[in-house]
Design a protein. Structure first.
Length: 114
């Protein structure tokens, strides 16, 4: 069996990380290295899916739950508008292979694109 992901360890309280929102199947933390004024991570509690392509194929309703939770936390913490990013694969910058959505918000400008 593989090692638990960093996000599973946060969920289980093994390493620090404040859970700022939670649903039955997903939770939200602040990114430790924010790339925007507001940078949150929306994460399924299950580490079964490594990336958004696997999640969409395996459990589309959980993907919809992730998007809905992203919308809720963006409304609460980022004034509503937000960018939703799923890095998919190491060459695209994915470092944690437990699917997660980056919610980027708070006065994003053109300079932060890309
Ligand atoms: P990825 O690069 O896989 O798309 O995103 C992983 C994200 O997890 C990165 O933005 C990184 O800053 C964040 N991260 C890595 N370790 C931790 C941690 O221990 N706590 C928190 N809150 N975020 C983390």
């Amino acid at each position: 069996m593989s090692e638990p992901s960093i996000f599973t360890r946060i969920l289980e309280g093994e390493i620090p990380g404040e859970i700022i929102a939670e649903t039955e199947n997903a939770f939200v933390i602040r990114d430790i290295a924010p790339k925007a004024p507001v940078h949150l991570l929306v994460i399924p509690k299950s580490s079964e899916y490594r990336n958004v392509v696997e999640l969409a194929a395996g459990d589309p309703s959980l993907l919809a739950e992730i998007v809905g939770l992203a919308n809720s936390v963006a409304a609460e913490h980022a004034g509503g508008d937000f960018r939703l990013v799923f890095n998919t694969g190491p060459k695209a910058g994915q470092t944690v292979f437990h699917v997660h959505a980056h919610v980027l918000g708070g006065d994003l400008d053109e300079a932060s694109l890309g």
